[in-house]
Design a protein around this ligand. Structure first.
Ligand SMILES: *[C@@H]1O[C@H](CO)[C@@H](O)[C@H](O)[C@H]1NC(C)=O
Ligand SMILES: *[C@@H]1O[C@H](CO)[C@@H](O)[C@H](O)[C@H]1NC(C)=O
Ligand SMILES: *[C@@H]1O[C@H](CO)[C@@H](O)[C@H](O)[C@H]1NC(C)=O
Ligand SMILES: *[C@@H]1O[C@H](CO)[C@@H](O)[C@H](O)[C@H]1NC(C)=O
Ligand SMILES: *[C@@H]1O[C@H](CO)[C@@H](O)[C@H](O)[C@H]1NC(C)=O
Length: 320
């Protein structure tokens, strides 16, 4: 293998202007901020980044688009479907570069090294669902590339909470560890426990505000995760347009699997369905508790719709 490696690495010669930061957070600098600044300096030194070039003409490069979330929104399905496009090169696993300090400290070269080999006509994409809800991530992505185009897939916030719980529940089951019932997370002193992390992650407008401090709305394409599952093709067509990809994915790339109850993919004769853990049944939740959840998200959802100038068909319940 090594014999095939050209061993040559190209220095990207680009006069790098260090991006100016938007005027926010002008408070006096704390020591943690100065540590952050040092970190930023290191991670935004782009002049000496190397693309790892392979003899077959492919190379590793920084992503031109990132699927930033949301956790349990359908990010894996979106990535798999987008990968049907020949001009997409997708990172296999979640990179967690911008949200995990251990990774971020390694700098952009490390990030490039995690990327798939791609050809010049291809767009590199990575997905890490935790980015959307990590407050420090938007600025870090901005410092890497302020023209970045971002993909965000969202689904009904209440459903997302149940799905979030279900994932952690199954992870514990697999390790034969006990895990409390969903009610124990959702209820505190007879009321909805809004400190539950899964509920916070569904407060989309809070997280979206952080991103909109750095990126204009038209650089963040929102995929309707509920629609993507029911009828993937129209949603994927919109993503193709947003990324300025030629229209290559078509309806015959998708077929409905009745046993599974959702769509599978057909890629030049090869058929594949998503991993078993996707589309798992949610726990039975008491109707009144579910209503409480729907009621809780009513206002936050409205705020989110105003923020993005678009509405979604999400559960909402207003007690009369
Ligand atoms: C080119 O090389 C890369 C890196 O080894 C590899 O991942 C990719 O599959 C190769 N492409 C082709 C068409 O052989
Ligand atoms: C920044 O992102 C844009 C949009 O995806 C892309 O066209 C451009 O090449 C990226 N710049 C760098 C330095 O990666
Ligand atoms: C939710 O999380 C965000 C970001 O971590 C935090 O700023 C906010 O205070 C939290 N909101 C609630 C209601 O817990
Ligand atoms: C859909 O795309 C496949 C290749 O992915 C192609 O073979 C097929 O002819 C296309 N079908 C239509 C209806 O365009
Ligand atoms: C449909 O899903 C079932 C259940 O997961 C699976 O066994 C089967 O192989 C799938 N069929 C096709 C054609 O994808």
């Amino acid at each position: 293998m090594a014999a095939f490696l050209l061993g040559a690495v190209l220095l990207i010669v680009q006069p790098q202007i260090v991006p100016s930061r938007p005027a926010i957070n002008s408070n006096a600098e704390t020591s943690s901020q100065s540590v952050q600044r040092e970190l930023l300096k290191k991670t935004s030194q782009k002049n000496d980044l190397k693309e790892n070039i392979h003899s077959n003409g492919s190379c590793q490069q920084l992503p031109q688009t990132i699927i930033i979330g949301v956790r349990k929104g359908g990010t894996r399905a979106l990535l798999e479907m987008l990968s049907l496009h020949p001009d997409i090169a997708a990172a296999e696993s979640e990179v967690h570069f911008f949200d995990w300090e251990d990774h971020y400290r390694n700098g952009l070269q490390w990030y490039i090294n995690q990327m798939p080999f791609s050809y010049p006509h291809q767009i590199t994409v990575e997905k890490t669902p935790a980015y959307f809800t990590s407050p420090k991530v938007p600025e870090r992505v901005y410092n890497m590339n302020q023209s970045m185009r971002l993909l965000l897939i969202l689904r009904d916030p209440s459903e997302r909470v149940l799905s979030d719980y279900t994932q952690v529940f199954y992870n514990h089951m697999q390790k034969h560890k006990p895990y409390p019932s969903i009610e124990q997370f959702l209820i505190k002193d007879g009321e909805l426990n809004v400190d539950y992390k899964a509920i916070n992650r569904s407060l989309y407008y809070i997280h979206m505000q952080n991103w909109l401090k750095y990126f204009p709305l038209d650089h963040i394409h929102i995929v309707d995760g509920d629609k993507l599952i029911k009828d993937p093709f129209p949603e994927i067509e919109k993503v193709e347009r947003f990324l300025k990809l030629s229209p290559q994915i078509n309806a015959s790339n998708f077929y409905f699997n009745k046993t599974k109850g959702f769509y599978c993919l057909r890629d030049s004769g090869r058929e594949r369905c998503l991993h078993e853990s996707k589309g798992r049944a949610h726990p039975q939740v008491d109707t009144r508790l579910l209503e409480k959840l729907h009621e809780y998200f009513h206002e936050p959802n409205k705020k989110f719709f105003e923020l993005v100038g678009r509405t979604f068909d999400w559960h909402s319940f207003v007690a009369s």
